[in-house]
Structure formats: C-alpha cells, structure tokens
Design a protein around this ligand. Structure first.
Ligand SMILES: [Zn+2]
Length: 471
C-alpha cells in the first residue's frame, strides 16, 4: 500500500499519466493501477523498470513512510477497513482516492482510531485483568497469603534503621527513606491518578499533602513506594505483573507497619487468652482496620494454622476484594472472578448493614453448604459509600476469637437461587413488568456487570424500594 502510494506520488510529480508510464515500462495501465492501489505486489524487474522510467532510485520507492500526510491517512484508512472489527459492522469500504474530501478522510480516521482504542481497552481490561487477578489469588492461597521473601526484606530494612520494637513511627519511616537514599516531599499538585511520584534522578519521592479523611495512611503510601525499590521491581511487563507488584508493595508496607515478630507475639498472646480481635490488632499498631485485617491473614495461617477468609464488600452487596484459604465459597461469575459479584444476603458481610449498631463489634455464625463459618465484621464509611470488612474462619477456630461465643446465626444456601437471589413471589407478582431501574455502574471494578433481571442492579432491592415508596 505504501509502495503504491509512493509510486503514484512520484508519477504525478513527474506529470505522467498511467497510460504514459505503462507505455514506457511495457505493462498494461490496469496492472500499474493495481500496484498503485496496493492490490498487487510488483515483481522486482517491473519495479526496476518503473523506477528507471520515473528517474528515481528504487530504494526511494521502497521506503516505509508515506509520501505525504494525505497519503498516510489513505493508507491508514485502508488498513482500518481491512480489520475484522470493521467488517463485522457490515459497512461499505470507503475509497481513499482524490474524490474523498480531506475533512471526510480526517473524520473517518479519527473515528477509526477511537473505535480501535475502545475495543482494545475493553478487551484488555475485563478479560486479561480478571485472568491475571485470578491467577494471583490462586498463588496467594497456595502460600497462605504469606510471602517469606517480603517478610525477610522488611525485617532487613527494619534492622538497618535499628528498629527493635513495636509499631513503626513517622520518624522511623523518614529514617528508612533516608537509609535507601530518598528524600520525601509533600506537594499539593500531584496528579490525581497517582499515589506518589518518584524522581529517580534526584531520589525524591513526591507525596500528596495529607488531606484528612481520604482514607489512605500516608505512612503506607511512602512505604509502598519504597517497596518497589527494595523489592527490585522493574516496569511491569503486563497486567499480571502490575497487579503482582501492587500486592507485593502493599504487603511490604504492612510488614513494616506491623513487623512480623511483634505482630505474631501480639497475636500469640491474644490467642492464648482466646481473645483474637482485629480491632485490638489495629489499635496496637495504629493502622487502619483493613490493613490490620489483611495483615492478620498474612500471619495467622502461617504461624497458627488458622485458615481464614477476608472480604471487602460494598453496602450494595458487591465484593470489592476477597481472599480465602478456608474453602468458603465466594460467589463467582462464569470466568471464576469474585470481584463485582453479589454476596449472599445472609452472610455477615451484608447482615451487618441491617444490624442495630453496625459500627460496633459484629460477630456471626453462618451455616453454608461448605460448613459453618464464624465471622467478625467492621463497617467503614468512605466517599464511595459504606464498606464491610470481614474476617472469617471455619467454626472450629472461632474459639480463639473474641466474639467466638456469639449467638447470632444465619443459614445461607447460596448459590441455590431460592436462598436470596430470587425476590419473594408476592413482590414479583406485584412489580414484575412495572419496574425500570437504571444501574449504577462500578466502572473501576474488574468484573463485568453481574447478570440478573436488571444487569448490575439487585432486583429484590428494586422491588422492595418500590414497595416501600408506594406504601
Ligand atoms: Zn444467599
């Protein structure tokens, strides 16, 4: 195609018609036209003859760049129109010749580029991201969410700043940064999409000036950034690599904020008192509840043989994060992804929202098809709504936890649709065909919309809402 365009460009520059050129090189004008339109590849001898007739070196005709901007766009248009995605639309192919106005050509190219971008984005995000995420979840489960090499790296860093006991202070973090040769700078114009930006040349780490209530522990952000360097991360090769690095630096930060030795000593004492509690663990190390809950899963199976699950669930019932090595059966879509799926209404992650006091300690036993689980749940408010953070364990391990003697108990038969997926018959009777909710799309979730009566919206919630409103 490019060769054809270059050839035509040279022929016109010399003021030759196809007929005139064909007479010189001894080929039919129709053949030359096919070559110019990129529909036929010329033999070397023909190309030599053409180059000779036009008085240009053959290498010039063979150069890979388009002879003009217009020609480049025409080539691009032809490429786009040959793509299967375009063919699938069933639209006619537009010829890029001289009769196509420049603005129409520009417009078509702009639309094609945008279409390609959207299609690429769609196929890269849900499908690849979900597969990578699942793979990572399998690896985390296989090692009980315990990463020995990161614990070792964190312990080495703590040693280098002579940190010998308890939680890590802000001072300790500055020492660690200095030890690794970085200075910290708090600025108010960090890009909104970045947690931090590091100037590698000047060894400066730029961090957001701490805005209150934003939820991120500023210490964790510094440590996560340093984690990339301590753990020797390179530019991620693919999405799976990107996710793995995120998991590793988050782990690294937690392993510094809640050092393995002190954290396990603390948990061992609590277990001896049969009073394991995530809130105590959180308070002892001055971290967020979620950080404490997550760190708990790193240590408690590896050191004490207690299998656990962890879930962060939005008040709408959607799973945002989940981990398990205790065989609890999280809801999954056809691809096996958990994120974006609705949790059973009987699970503690959701019943907590309808409890009298969701903000105090909440415990529950749940009978499921896979056995009985005990869970402790904490609710936190964020700018995107309320989330429950759950840590659970099989029945027989509940005795090590505070609240392990709770009398609250529910029965879940999910994924049996009669458990909680199907709205009550009388509500269906009264509202089916009369409801039209518009889904609030969680675009940041990896998962596609969970299917159902209304994609992405819980039918029962919709019906109950209408029921309430209509008195
Ligand atoms: Zn259910």
């Amino acid at each position: 195609m490019t060769l054809g365009q270059r050839l035509r460009h040279q022929r016109r520059a010399k003021g030759l018609t196809l007929d005139q050129l064909s007479a010189v090189v001894g080929r039919a004008p129709s053949q030359l036209s096919l070559i110019e339109n990129g529909k036929r590849e010329p033999k070397l001898s023909v190309l030599q003859a053409i180059a000779g007739a036009l008085g240009v070196p053959m290498q010039d005709l063979l150069r890979p760049e388009a002879p003009s901007r217009r020609a480049g766009l025409e080539i691009e248009l032809a490429h786009f129109q040959r793509e299967p995605a375009y063919a699938a639309l069933g639209l006619p192919a537009v010829r890029g010749g001289r009769r196509l106005p420049a603005d129409a050509l520009e417009s078509l190219i702009g639309l094609h580029r945008e279409l390609t971008r959207l299609l690429t984005e769609q196929s890269a995000t849900p499908e690849l991201a979900r597969r990578a995420n699942q793979q990572l979840r399998v690896e985390m489960r296989e090692r009980d969410n315990y990463f020995a090499h990161i614990e070792a790296a964190a312990a080495k860093v703590l040693q280098s700043v002579r940190h010998t006991t308890g939680p890590l202070s802000q001072r300790g973090i500055l020492d660690i940064a200095a030890q690794l040769g970085f200075s910290l700078h708090y600025v108010n114009d960090l890009p909104g999409s970045a947690r931090s930006v590091t100037d590698l040349r000047n060894r400066k780490i730029y961090l957001p000036q701490v805005a209150s209530g934003k939820g991120h522990d500023p210490r964790a952000v510094v440590l996560q950034t340093l984690g990339h360097f301590v753990l020797g991360h390179n530019d991620p090769a693919d999405y799976g690599d990107f996710l793995r690095q995120r998991v590793e630096v988050n782990y690294f930060a937690a392993a510094l904020l809640m050092p393995e030795k002190f954290a396990t000593d603390f948990l061992r004492d609590a277990k001896a008192d049969r009073a394991l509690a995530i809130d105590d663990f959180r308070d002892a190390f001055g971290v967020s509840y979620e950080t404490a809950a997550h760190r708990f899963t790193n240590l408690v199976t590896h050191h004490f043989g207690i299998p656990v699950h962890f879930a962060r669930v939005h008040e709408s019932g959607t799973v945002y994060k989940a981990y398990e090595n205790d065989d609890v059966r999280f809801p999954t879509d056809v691809t096996g992804a958990i994120e974006g799926q609705p949790v059973c209404r009987k699970w503690a992650s959701r019943t907590v929202f309808s409890s009298d006091d969701p903000y105090s300690s909440f415990y529950q036993f749940t009978d499921t098809g896979k056995g009985t689980y005990w869970c402790t749940v904490h609710v936190e408010s964020t700018r995107s709504g309320e989330f429950s953070v759950t840590v659970g364990t099989p029945y027989q391990h509940a005795r090590w936890f505070r609240g392990g003697d709770t009398t609250r108990r529910t029965v879940s038969s999910c994924p049996d649709p009669t458990c909680c997926r199907r709205p009550p018959a009388e509500l269906v009777e009264s509202w089916a065909g009369q409801a039209w909710p518009s889904a609030r799309v969680h675009s940041h979730l990896l998962a596609a919309l969970p299917p159902g009566t209304f994609p992405g919206v819980d039918a029962q919630d919709v019906y109950e809402f209408l029921q309430r409103r209509s008195g």
